[in-house]
Design a protein around this ligand. Structure first.
Ligand SMILES: [Zn+2]
Length: 380
């Protein structure tokens, strides 16, 4: 027995109801009977000229080359673009998207996190002015068709064998990472090939690269050509860390993002810092998150304290980054790399400062620093 939606084959999840067997592993998406024939949705007719794109600024030679290699390879197989944070991964998908649309085939750009969906939707709409780009995520579910769908991975359950090109941005990010239901749903939604984009591939992607079922293309350099900012590690007791943090905030007057491991710590830290700086707080419990981020973006010299909810996707030009309590167990190497990768992304301030404040020595933080140094060395 196999669930037609999440591809589960574990018998323990199958239950027999009055109408027949159904799968309980993906029950949160509604009950689905195992023998239920899921009729693939009719592919809507694409707009004429949907594949034509306009670049606001030219791609770097490396972006162009990788984008082109990916587009060609995707005709036959799945591809992974492993590129450092801020290398312009979205730009490297343009050629593959255009090629797919030109063949009157369907494209979906799927992302684990909702707030990134809206950002990518706007960017793709700007790049492909002739295409109808539709965001499908919480709060945006009344229209689910378009020439390019930009969706959270949760929303892929709506599409059965629907996409010829499924781009999975940051597949190693929560909640997609290690979630078998979301992985199954993503597989069901795709009838062609998948393009994975990440700076920090997980064990599954690494294994697929090693066994040759996935073509991996690397990019170790950001478009502006500068090194990735390497984190400075500082370990001490809490009062000393606070003084170090205040000093760092004082000496870095631009926009500053301070990451904290838990919602509680983020709130306390933000209360404390508000005594000295204009400071906002953003966690998964923040209701007007989009607004908080937007205000921070506009301010240009504010401080935002955030949990890992902002670890990926959100780009604040010129931001400096501090990770408070970076030795905490919720941060793994991938999330530290992602947070450090928020710094120095723009052409106007390509360097940026990254500070990890630690209560005790942390191998994870040291490994993160070595990985970043290694990427810089390989790119040099
Ligand atoms: Zn299922």
């Amino acid at each position: 027995m196999k669930c037609p939606r999440c591809l589960n084959t574990d018998r323990r999840y199958f239950y027999k109801g009055s109408k027949g067997w159904y799968c309980r592993r993906c029950i949160s998406f509604g009950r689905i009977l195992i023998q239920e024939e899921r009729t693939p949705a009719q592919t809507p007719k694409l707009h004429e000229g949907a594949e034509e794109y306009i670049l606001a600024y030219p791609l770097t030679p490396a972006q162009k080359r990788i984008g082109h290699e990916a587009a060609i390879a995707l005709e036959k197989q799945d591809v992974l673009i492993e590129a450092v944070c801020g290398a312009g991964k979205t730009e490297m998908t343009i050629e593959a998207i255009a090629r797919t649309l030109a063949q009157k085939k369907t494209v979906c750009f799927a992302i684990a996190r909702r707030q990134v969906v809206l950002e990518i939707r706007d960017r793709l709409a700007g790049l492909f002015p002739g295409a109808r780009v539709t965001a499908v995520c919480q709060g945006f579910t009344s229209v689910t068709e378009g020439d390019i769908i930009v969706a959270t991975t949760h929303q892929l359950y709506r599409y059965e064998k629907r996409f010829d090109l499924l781009i999975l941005d940051e597949p190693d990010a929560f909640p997609f990472r290690g979630n078998p239901v979301l992985h199954g749903i993503a597989e069901t939604a795709c009838r062609g090939h998948r393009l994975f984009l990440t700076a920090t591939p997980d064990a599954v992607l690494k294994k697929r690269t090693a066994d040759g079922s996935l073509l991996c293309l690397y990019l170790n350099r950001r478009p502006h050509g500068h090194d990735l900012p390497e984190p400075v590690l500082f370990a001490s007791v809490l009062p000393v860390l606070m003084i170090r943090l205040l000093h760092w905030l004082k000496t870095h007057p631009g926009p500053r993002m301070v990451f904290a491991p838990t919602i509680r710590e983020a709130r306390l830290l933000s209360l404390f810092l508000s005594l000295f700086f204009p400071c906002s707080c953003c966690t998964s419990k923040t209701e007007n998150r989009d607004e908080v981020i937007e205000n921070f973006r506009k301010r240009k010299n504010g401080v935002i304290v955030a949990t890992t909810v902002l670890e990926r996707g959100v780009t604040i030009p010129g931001a400096d980054i501090c990770v408070f309590h970076a030795d905490h167990g919720v941060f793994d190497e991938a999330s530290l790399i992602q947070m450090a990768g928020r710094a120095g992304r723009s052409f106007s301030s390509p360097d940026g400062s990254v500070l990890f404040l630690l209560m005790k020595r942390s191998r994870t933080a040291e490994e993160c620093r070595s990985r970043i140094k290694e990427a810089n060395r390989c790119a040099a």
